[in-house]
Design a binder for this molecule. Structure first.
Ligand SMILES: [Zn+2]
Length: 913
């Protein structure tokens, strides 16, 4: 799955239109279905319900499902014949079903009473006589409303047409059909749909039979699937455009042609071109890496207009949020190509990691998500290095280190206490930390041996299940090096290591002296004394010759021998290690000084990240740290040159008193004004995507954070021309699509009710997700208090799609002067809003409280959320993280505020410039 989990980035992606992972979905209701006739109850005593997982003693071996899906209706219905294997005679079977209206139930010849016993969808089948041991068949019939939370089986509307889709991960197949909804149970599925005869039906396999079913309906039977867990099924029905290019020809690892199709809402098939071409290139690279063919019969890529996540790796039928699959030249931002490629590679990597070999339980979610994150970025980097995918990946790993530094951080493999908290597993710790740890060990073991380990794991568990130790054993076997213990130190404990490095050139051999402890920011309550087995690789230069040397640091202290006394040393070569590092000031200055040009872009970013971490831990004063980082704004690499923006933004908002804020803005304009003038508003032909993304970031920063009047007014001028306020139509040529959100935002920011109303009026008829997000981000930019109130009422507005409701709140809060109003609005709307967004994402609204950095808001947030958060899935963890973030921010400001004030007072003094 490609969810979101990174609030800060979502904000930016809304504002700038670079696609991050999306989010948003509805909440569940699931009132238990009333139990049927008491007469069917078995004799007492009743068996106690299983607490977390279903008992293994009864397991499914095959499903035959028949489902009526007519998207224009309010409800769907179905029948299931589930073959099961029982270990002993049983009169109670446990399974799942959530909000299903079950109309008949029996097991072989035994009558059964079906009852949903808790809100998460545990269900009991009570038989009138025991069945088993051995095989039996569970027969069930049910109906249900299409899910209002856009999970399970739901309907999305675009341009007046209704489409049905499914989203089953992690535990939502039970909202569509009764079954054994846990990943360990992999079985073949035979599926038949009854659908409108003029519409297209899509599932994990191709149709094998189609017959009229009367009354404008047809019955479509699909080929039997490979063994799949319930969470990887996909069903979709609607008046789709289906684009079927010639099948991918056989290659070294695949002897058959492979049909890959693109499926979009009606009229939008032409926007699948880029995805289909790109997806084909990436897929062949994945097959080559894994050394095995694509594991399923065919592959469809489907675009959904209203969707909870970024994308979902259903076996052979991947579902994407529309704006990360469709690309419309002249309308979509060029940066979208990067997100399309990255997300496609991620989801296709899952076809092996997750679909071919499936985790046995959600504690191992990292086996899916860390791998897909690492592999997806690796594949895009190899395919087109100009996209900067690997640098973006490392940037994400750095973000995860920030989360991992919290005392409340969770381990990658955190045991799951309650299925409703399964969403906690899908966060930056699983995706980016896990991905970063894999990258570190790949480099340590060597890419070929690492790949052999992966291949061995996939071969051994193909079409079955695997767990962490299966994988680590395979990696150890293939590499001839025991890595299990080392991996577990990163997977089973929270926290990011800090490797302190110091060169010693005395004695007969030069050495790098290493020590480790847990990295902790100022104000942290966690314990530093913690150990990992860390693959440490250092790059250094002696007499102009560059070298690299590695060790596995297992104890609190260690030694890395060097060939000669180095001119400079970088304690994390290629920025590939999952750890923070520190050097004595003299050695650090070499890296930001004379050695700077010897470092590659990732290493320069890593140096800046570690300087920033040292500022946050109090080792380095803000003024010294910022003096080292500010010059990066002029770095020739756009991804490096972006780094100071976040630090300036945080300083302006959290660190300095009101009176100094203008000076921070002035420094921002001094650093980035020349950059903006150099880049201009019009991208060059064939300009690299990181440059485009940088331009968008710089212009947004100058317009809305640093208050550059020239940038703001040019943006507004272009925004007015783009919006076409005079003729009521967008004029795409007025501004590059990658800058359209900034331009529109500036037009609203500088304008009044006329501009606001005109854009809001476009929302109901605008079908393109990317354009809708632009409009919403623009409305969020208003500075007029009355209009701001209207923008903040949008989360409850019926013109918004379900996946837009939370985003708009955060888009308002992204504008510093509106932050307070956004928080007030959230408190006001909270109890109404939460039931209208997807259950899995509802807790993300809590993160809005984390935008503040003062004790008054901390107290306010604690008081308001103390009772509400624990009632939301994943809410308790989100609240702990959010409150800790605010506490740490306060500690940082208390410690570094004065130093920051001095820096900005000096830096912005006219005499210096
Ligand atoms: Zn994923």
């Amino acid at each position: 799955m490609h969810p979101s989990t990174r609030r800060a980035r979502v904000l930016l992606s809304i504002a700038i239109g670079c696609a991050g992972a999306p989010r948003q979905a509805p909440p569940p209701v699931a009132a238990p279905t009333p139990a049927p006739a008491a007469a069917l109850r078995p004799p007492e005593p009743r068996e106690a319900p299983p607490l977390l997982r279903l008992p293994r003693e009864v397991h499914p071996v095959r499903y035959t499902l028949s489902i009526r899906i007519v998207p224009t209706e309010e409800r769907f219905s179905g029948t299931a014949d589930i073959e099961v294997e029982l270990d002993a005679p049983r009169s109670v079977l446990w399974l799942h079903g959530r909000g299903l209206h079950v109309t008949s139930a029996r097991v072989d010849a035994a009558s059964a009473a079906y009852e949903q016993v808790n809100a998460e969808g545990l269900a009991r089948l009570a038989l009138d006589r025991p069945v088993g041991p051995g095989k039996a068949t569970v027969h069930l019939a049910w109906d249900r409303e299409f899910d209002p939370q856009i999970v399970g089986l739901y309907v999305a509307t675009e341009a007046g047409e209704r489409y049905a889709y499914t989203q089953f991960e992690a535990a939502d197949a039970r909202r569509a059909f009764p079954g054994f909804d846990e990943p360990e149970f992999k079985t073949p599925f035979d599926v038949t749909f009854t659908v409108p005869s003029g519409e297209v039906a899509v599932a994990n396999t191709m149709p094998v039979e189609e017959q009229p079913a009367g009354a404008g309906l047809k019955r479509v039977r699909f080929a039997t699937t490979r063994p799949l867990p319930t969470y990887l099924l996909l069903w979709a029905v609607g008046p789709f455009d289906v684009v079927s290019p010639p099948p991918l020809p056989p290659n070294q690892v695949r002897s058959r042609p492979l049909q890959v199709r693109g499926i979009a809402p009606k009229g939008r098939g032409g926007e699948l071109d880029f995805a289909l071409k790109t997806g084909a290139d990436l897929l062949v690279r994945l097959e080559r890496y894994f050394g095995t063919e694509f594991p399923f019969e065919k592959l469809d890529h489907l675009a959904a207009p209203d969707y909870t996540y970024g994308a979902m790796e259903n076996a052979g039928a991947i579902l994407y949020r529309e704006d990360i699959l469709l690309f419309a030249p002249g309308v979509s931002a060029e940066q979208t190509r990067k997100s399309i490629a990255s997300v496609m590679a991620h989801e296709m990597a899952h076809q092996w990691f997750g679909d071919l070999v499936t985790l046995r339980w959600w504690t191992d979610a990292w086996l899916n998500e860390s791998f897909a994150t690492w592999m997806g970025n690796r594949t895009v980097e190899e395919w087109n290095p100009a996209y900067g995918a690997w640098t973006s990946f490392l940037d994400g790993v750095d973000y995860a280190m920030g989360k991992d530094a919290l005392a409340s951080a969770r381990a990658v493999r955190q045991p799951l206490d309650d299925i409703k908290n399964v969403w906690n597993q899908f966060d930056s710790i699983t995706y980016q930390k896990g991905g970063g740890v894999l990258g570190m060990f790949e480099r340590f073991l060597g890419p070929e041996r690492f790949r052999e380990g992966i291949r061995g794991y996939l071969r051994a568990h193909a079409y079955g299940g695997g767990d962490t130790d299966d994988l680590l054993d395979a990696l150890s076997n293939a590499s001839g090096r025991e890595v299990k213990a080392a991996f577990h130190t990163f997977l089973d404990q929270a926290g990011v290591p800090l490797v302190g490095a110091r060169v010693s050139c005395s004695g007969d051999r030069p050495r790098l002296l290493l020590r480790q402890e847990r990295y902790l920011p100022l104000g942290s309550s966690a314990d530093r004394r913690q150990l990992w087995h860390i693959p440490v690789c250092a790059r250094y230069s002696t007499a102009g010759v560059e070298k690299e040397t590695c060790t596995l640091l297992e104890d609190a202290q260690g030694v890395l021998p060097l060939d000669a006394c180095p001119d400079w040393i970088l304690p994390n070569a290629d920025a590939s290690g999952y750890y923070r590092w520190s050097l004595p000031p003299r050695d650090l200055r070499k890296l930001t000084g004379a050695a700077y040009r010897s470092l590659d872009a990732r290493e320069r970013i890593s140096v800046a990240a570690n300087v920033r971490a040292a500022m946050h831990s109090g080792v380095l004063g803000f003024a010294d740290g910022m003096a080292a980082i500010a010059p990066l704004a002029a770095d020739p690499d756009p991804q490096v040159a972006t780094v100071p923006i976040a630090i300036l933004t945080a300083a302006r908002e959290d660190l300095v008193p009101d009176a100094t804020r203008a000076r921070v803005e002035q420094v921002g304009r001094q650093l980035y004004g020349p950059v903006a003038r150099r880049l201009g508003w019009t991208p060059r032909r064939a300009e690299a995507i990181p440059v485009r993304a940088f331009r968008a970031r710089v212009l947004w920063f100058l317009a809305f954070t640093a208050g550059d009047p020239a940038v703001l007014s040019e943006a507004a001028r272009r925004g007015r021309a783009y919006a076409g306020f005079e003729d009521g139509r967008f004029h795409p040529r007025a501004v590059d699509p990658g800058l359209a959100a900034i331009a529109l935002g500036a037009a609203v920011h500088q304008g009044g009710a006329k501009e606001f109303d005109a854009l809001l009026a476009r929302l109901p008829e605008e079908r393109d997700v990317a354009v809708r997000r632009r409009i919403l981000a623009a409305l969020a930019a208003t500075q007029d208090p009355a209009l701001r109130e209207r923008a903040l009422a949008l989360p409850l507005d019926s013109r918004l799609r379900k996946n837009e409701r939370i985003e708009v709140l955060f888009a308002v809060a992204a504008h510093f002067p509106s932050r307070e109003a956004a928080w007030t609005a959230l408190k006001h709307e909270f109890d109404q809003l939460v039931p209208q967004v997807p259950e899995s994402h509802a807790q993300e609204v809590i993160a809005l409280a984390g935008e503040f950095c003062d004790r008054a808001h901390l107290g306010d947030a604690e008081a308001f959320l103390a009772d509400r958060a624990p009632r939301m899935p994943g809410g308790r963890r989100q609240l702990a993280e959010t409150l800790e973030k605010v506490r740490l921010c306060i500690a940082y400001r208390d410690a570094q505020g004065a130093s920051a004030g001095q820096f900005f007072a000096r830096a912005s003094a006219p005499a210096r410039r």
